[in-house]
Design a binder for this molecule. Sequence first.
Ligand SMILES: *Cc1c(COP(=O)(O)O)cnc(C)c1O
Length: 222
Amino acid sequence: MSISQNLKLIQDSLPQEVTLVAVSKTKPNEAILEAYKSGQRIFGENKIQEMTQKYEDLPKDIEWHMIGHVQRNKVKYMAPFVSLIHGVDSFKLLKEINKQAEKYDRVIDCLFQMHIADEETKFGLSKDELMEILASKEFALLENINIKGLMGMATNTDDEAKVASEFKSLQQLFITLQHSKTLNLNIEILSMGMSGDYKLAIANGSNMVRIGSTIFGERNYQ
Ligand SMILES: *Cc1c(COP(=O)(O)O)cnc(C)c1O
């Protein structure tokens, strides 16, 4: 099946309120353009350099989402154009994003990445760490970031009950935080679900899914 056929099947299966991020990491510009021609405008990348190159090469109405782990010293490269950063997992990183956004006179939308999986290797904040950030005076002063929601990755397992319960725990936190709105905290997006688990994620409250291999085929590396 072609990229546009894969894309159409997924788009048709998603509820209206769920936004699709087409994860194009490691894939060439031609593959992205094929999806673009089928109407897809939101693409996710996990490496800042790769995303920046693609931003330069491809149509300017694409919204680029950074879905991977972000190194602070590279924030400056994406600050002029990135549309949503999913992987904010430390206060230091958030402050760097704010600083770079200020330089470009922008407000950058961000999600806090929460640790919900069992695996040690997956990045993310604990609930306590998140609450500490939100309660700090310093956070309230950040005018060039807007926290739009939460992102999480479930454990990579066949145990659907376990994955569902991890998604559910994040949904609970999402609902709780929606009640505390401030200038830079406007919780609307719950980013959970990839090719293998997006249906389960949607059943547990996700309204943004990040899907790569089901659209573009398996990746050769990374
Ligand atoms: C690669 C990646 C995805 C997409 O994974 P697929 O299994 O190819 O759909 C989603 N989210 C993050 C954070 C990723 O790094």
